[in-house]
Design a binder for this molecule. Structure first.
Ligand code: GH3
Ligand code: MG
Ligand code: MG
Ligand code: MG
Length: 311
């Protein structure tokens, strides 16, 4: 069993020193204080596994101290009361006030050692519980990140995009601001896959996604994987003039990646087509509406020859 951190509280100097020494000899780390006030101050700093608490002290009784500790620190650390009295009523009251056990002074060596052993078990369980809680929190964090992330490209996924689009529509509607939505589709991607293989296709999508992410990384901008080789960009508080600029910028930066595409009839590198809408939401639009509209605009860009954007 591991050593415990024991906070010992007793107003009588000699008793305190003797008990502290015995506890240390048993291998524990002891912080010994003389009053309830000191105990309450030391408690959070020392972070004990066990509190040994004298019942009768002049400034503040042990039961009052226990009560305070229980209120301030809901994480349950065992408290053993120490007292010269062994009346059943005293014992009952001490337990009622938040104590876990009661030792009568002078404390018998064997009784002390075995009660400490019992408390060690509790300390051990508390430590394990803490560890498990930390692990659970970490797993939870990872999970909530993964829930919103596309596995291949690490962009926001469709689920997250849908959620943000709902929020954006409502927010821009309320504030009378324009919202821009761009749908991006990789040109001749089926031919790319057929010629270079699916794995190379995945790498191509990752490169395009990375470029999207760095192009739209400011506050109020979101790049997400809509599905397959299609992506959606949302830009908050962005009118058509700026949106046109953004589309042009993206068109250029994807071309500049210079990913060879031997089978494209549009260019000899991978290109994208974009459909863009900028509008002042009424707040009543559904996301399905908006995807449908922007998809139709994208289709125009495809029809007009690809590697372009249509607004
Ligand atoms: P267009 O220029 O008209 O967009 O033609 P396209 O070939 O890009 O469009 P189409 O919809 O015919 O083909 C899209 C292809 O994208 C088909 C599908 O296999 C591929 N694809 C979708 N998701 C993935 C993926 O995660 N990885 C890879 N490698 N390919 C994917
Ligand atoms: Mg006392
Ligand atoms: Mg497509
Ligand atoms: Mg395509």
């Amino acid at each position: 069993m591991e050593a415990m951190r024991i906070l010992l509280v007793d107003d009588v100097h000699l008793e305190r020193m003797q008990l502290a020494m015995r506890l240390q000899r048993l291998g524990h780390v002891v912080e010994a204080v003389a009053s309830g006030k000191e105990a309450i101050e030391k408690y959070p700093l020392f972070d004990p596994d066990l509190v040994l608490l004298d019942v009768s002290m002049p400034d503040m009784s042990g039961t009052e101290v226990a009560e305070q500790i229980r209120i301030k620190h809901p994480d349950w650390v065992p408290i053993i009361f120490l007292s010269g009295h062994d009346e059943p009523e005293m014992i009952a009251k001490a337990i009622d006030m938040g104590g876990d056990d009661y030792l009568v002074k002078p404390v018998n060596k064997i009784v002390l050692a075995s009660k400490l052993k019992a408390m060690q078990r509790i300390a051990h369980m508390r430590h394990q519980l803490k560890e498990t809680t930390v692990q659970l929190e970490q797993a939870n964090e990872l999970l909530s990140q993964q829930v919103n992330e596309d596995g291949l490209t690490k962009l926001a996924n469709r689920r997250y995009l849908d959620q943000k689009l709902v929020e954006f529509i409502a927010w821009h509607g309320r504030h009378n601001l324009s919202l821009t939505m761009i749908m991006v589709d990789v040109d001749h991607f089926k031919l790319y896959n057929d010629y270079y293989g699916h794995l190379e296709g995945d790498r191509c999508l990752q490169s395009v996604a990375k470029e999207l992410k760095s192009t739209f990384s400011r506050a109020g901008e979101l790049a997400a994987r809509y599905g397959g080789e299609e992506f959606v960009v949302l830009i908050s508080n962005c009118d058509k003039t700026r949106a046109v600029r953004e589309c042009g910028r993206l068109k250029g930066s994807i071309e500049k990646l210079a990913i060879p595409h031997a089978k494209s009839t549009t260019a000899d590198v991978v290109t994208i087509s974009q459909g863009m809408v900028s509008w002042m939401p009424t707040g009543l639009e559904t996301i399905e509406n908006m995807y449908e509209i922007v998809d139709k605009v994208l289709y125009k860009a495809k029809e007009q020859g690809r590697n372009r954007f249509v607004a």
